[in-house]
Design a protein around this ligand. Structure first.
Ligand code: GUN
Ligand code: FE
Length: 453
């Protein structure tokens, strides 16, 4: 039924939820809104979120039937969808294996031979369908993906994200140097031409929530001229940029020898116009304070990938120091350097790493679970420069949300008397899994339970 909202424009209410809502704001890491009612319009945007004292008058104002309200149970809440700011869709096939070598050997031994297989679109379709479905089920409503050097397979990843309803930035990987696998690299001109084709074809599809991201693999894989060309393409088209930076010590040393004219690893990307307010760089374990200042000044973000950092023995990022420099930071799974595709795992590993830093230095201020919850949701949206659209429950933003039930039959969580919503949230973050994520919404569309095809 069409109704007039406060702005006198016609809107239809598609969903109304009533119960407990948990989210973050820039000021409060965890805000718990109890006895509230939230409406989503038919464009997938949050139309209202209010105290539920006067449901009858809300239903009249917004034109919904009270019988259509989805009532959340005592052990249920809605939270914003989680944002995976760094994941290699193409590496999902071997996630959970091959974690016994450091980065540079790991790339040549395991990663490049697997990524070379994405010339085969049937193989790509199988893995990409599985990674999109698995991450959606685990509550990743938005993902910033690396695909491979293959344009058609990368376009297929975009098509599948759209089909299953995940918000995604999709990157066709660019690399013209230093691959030990002869069948897995491109010439500089191929990189440029194929990146142009990738952007053009993906934008032509007009998927509402899937966009291209310019993706130089990392400085050691790219010639200076390729980096410059990619910087130019990104800036001319106002596109997102993603890459890796300062993940492991050997890599940092290699970059010094490959780019002797640059003051630091950060300077390499700065000089090639790749640090913008739409840039997200994975890892950053060894960035100096001076480099973090450049991140702050340019508005570039860091994706913290703690599972990967520990699994392939890269390092431990001091997130507190990054936040003190007012650098945007989100969490990433970095599948398959990180073995888990779940953002709940990224939350736990972030807390573990922060605690390990406190063990090393008792002066270190450990991150709280509330802060890490914010990093997984609002922080991720900021890191991807999507915080005007997603990240928390604010009227006008897209409704990207998880319905969480901590008390599912045969679930992983036991509850005890007197546990309030904050304890329930903490238990979910530390003990929960996909069984507790009963519904997932992206831009108002329900995408979990998954469709079968
Ligand atoms: N640096 C360059 N490529 C990669 C990659 O695929 N994974 C990780 N973890 N680091 C990288
Ligand atoms: Fe990575």
């Amino acid at each position: 039924m069409p109704i007039m909202n406060q702005n006198d424009t016609t809107a239809r209410i598609a969903h109304v939820f009533r119960g407990t809502f948990v989210h973050s704001t820039p000021r409060v890491a965890v805000e718990i809104l109890q006895d509230c009612i939230l409406g989503v319009d038919d464009e997938g945007k949050i139309a209202f979120i209010e105290k539920d004292q006067d449901v009858a008058s809300l239903s009249k104002t917004w034109g919904f039937k009270t019988s259509d309200i989805k009532q959340l149970g005592q052990y249920e809440f809605l939270m914003p969808g989680m944002v995976d700011t760094h994941i290699h869709a193409s590496q999902y096939s071997y996630s959970g294996t091959a974690l016994d070598l450091p980065l540079l050997e790991w790339l040549n031994t395991y990663t490049f031979p697997v990524e070379a297989k994405y010339k085969d679109l049937d193989f790509a379709k199988d893995v990409y369908s599985k990674v999109v479905r698995r991450t959606l089920k685990n509550g990743t409503t938005a993902a910033c993906y690396f695909a491979t050097i293959h344009t058609d397979a990368s376009l297929l990843l975009g098509e599948l994200a759209d089909k299953f309803g995940q918000r995604a930035l999709v990157g066709k990987v660019c690399m013209d140097c230093n691959s030990a696998v002869p069948q897995y690299k491109e010439s500089r001109s191929e990189c440029k031409e194929e990146t142009d084709r990738f952007i053009k074809e993906l934008l032509k599809k007009e998927y509402p929530n899937v966009k291209p991201v310019i993706t130089p693999r990392f400085a050691p894989s790219c010639s200076s001229s390729l980096l410059s060309e990619l910087g130019e393409i990104a800036n001319n088209n106002k596109l997102h940029i993603q890459s890796h930076i300062s993940e492991n010590k050997e890599e940092v040393e290699l970059v010094k020898t490959l780019f002797p004219g640059c003051k630091s690893y950060t300077d390499v990307y700065l000089k090639h116009n790749l640090l913008t307010d739409r840039t997200v760089m994975a890892h950053g374990c060894y960035l100096t304070d001076e480099e973090l200042e450049i991140f702050h000044e340019t508005g570039s973000a860091i994706s913290h990938c703690p599972n990967s950092n520990i699994s392939i023995c890269s390092g431990m990022l001091n997130v507190r120091n990054v936040l003190n420099h007012k650098v945007k930071l989100g969490l990433g799974t970095d599948v398959a350097g990180g073995y888990s595709p779940s953002m709940l795992d990224a939350i736990r590993r972030t807390l573990d790493t922060s605690k390990a830093l406190t063990i090393q230095d008792p002066q270190h201020e450990t991150l709280s679970f509330e802060e890490v919850f914010r990093l997984a949701t609002l922080g991720g949206s900021e890191a991807l420069s999507l915080d005007d659209q997603i990240g928390n429950f604010v009227v006008g933003k897209d409704f990207d949300a998880l319905r969480v039930n901590v008390c599912v039959p045969d679930g992983p969580i036991d509850l005890f008397p007197g546990e309030g919503p904050k304890v329930i949230l903490e238990k979910f973050l530390n003990l929960g899994d996909d069984r507790n994520i009963t519904e997932v919404y992206v831009a108002g569309r329900q995408v979990v339970p998954l469709q079968d095809t």
